[in-house]
Design a protein around this ligand. Sequence first.
Ligand SMILES: [Zn+2]
Ligand SMILES: [Zn+2]
Length: 482
Amino acid sequence: MTVTADCSGATVIVIPQPTVNGPLHVGHLSGPFLAADIAARAARARGERIITLAGVDVHPNFVTTKAANMGLDVHEMVARYRAQIAAAFSLGRIGHDVFIDPEQDSFCEAVNRMLGELLDRGAIRMQPMTLHRCSDCGRTMQHSYVVGKCPNCGSGANGLSCEPCGGFTSAATLIQPNCARCGGEPEPMEVTVPVLRLEDYRAQLIAEWTQAELPPRVRRVLSHYLTAPLPDYPVAYPMDWGIEGTGALAGLRIDFPAELGLSYLYGPARLVDPAANGIDACVAAWRQLAGLWHFNGIDNAFYFGILYPAVFAAAGLTEPKMTGATVNELYLLEGSKFSSSRNHALWADEFLAEHDPELVRLYLSWCRPDRYESNFSRQSFDAFCQWARPLLGGEATASEHRSERQRAQSGASAEPSNGGGQDQGCWIPEEMAADDLERAEHALRLNSFDSSLAVRCLFGALSAGQGRQSAVLAALTGRPAG
Ligand SMILES: [Zn+2]
Ligand SMILES: [Zn+2]
């Protein structure tokens, strides 16, 4: 095995793979995507070894549900949304070292091979299990195909997780489950499927939870399982979407969160050892790496806190590899939830094409929904740009000049004619600028990530004439490090 020197001891930062059931909107950007990129750039500037993992997620059945709802051919829809997601990553300067492409045959074969090996070793077992299908349309009621009420908090939820409380949900645990596709009633379905018995890995999971740097909200989701049994988790089952199983899994489709767990084993391993294929080679490569740091929404806590570490443990990685997680809350648009079905959204690729990506990154960092639901407002964004641009020493983009001129012509603007900040002066004493820059650097560390604080401290320093060449400014804006 050839170990790439730069990878040895590296931390893998996971930029979550967005489901291709829509383009990224500005709310997505404000959550895990920009934060992961900023944290990775800042860590590299400190001299830390970092691998960034990104990708897209094609296999959740949310994709087929969206295509059916919109009357689109699913493959055309996937291609369109993939292109928009790629454009948002590119325009937003969100880079990666490893890209998980689930539409590549080699990836699907690798996932099948790894599952087959886990079955052969008894880490996953074929066993009878009761799943549920719709009594009307016959669909297996997994993920987007089932809705009901969360058993933990009573909120409306699908068969993946509960957005408000972050708890794990399935057709078996939801209260009053119904088919989300046709409204039909669930009926039990006895199937023999490959099962990852999470309870078998309890000791290793507790070791992971004990050493990882996790926010209190994630710990609350995990602590439920200190007393409750960990569920049996089917990693493949009858379904009309997802990677087709081969060998012993023929006729089944692979569960997409299980696929994601395997992608975290496989993707970074291939960077360490480009020939890595199969469980043993991936585990050997992973022994060279320090661990995984997840950026994700709180509603994925069950998956990054339990399922993915259990996949690693089942593969034979006995030492903890979950270094920590940074989570976010919901981001609102003009006071209400982003909704593509109500066309209440700002698409990230379009927004980034119309505005200076540096100002977009800084603004979304400024009001990141890290501790509570925060809000995007157009008025606030425009005011921020007016104020921040002179601090950065930059010029407005052509389209911003245009839109500002149009606003002025329509009489809608009451903005000062001097650009809102050409002569802002210092807003911290010059003697404090170095301290603020130091605080900003600390605010971009993985275990104390607070991009909102970093922007405020940076702007204080910039107003006092310092920080133009700083690693903090480079990380927040995505400029090449100076
Ligand atoms: Zn149905
Ligand atoms: Zn809930």
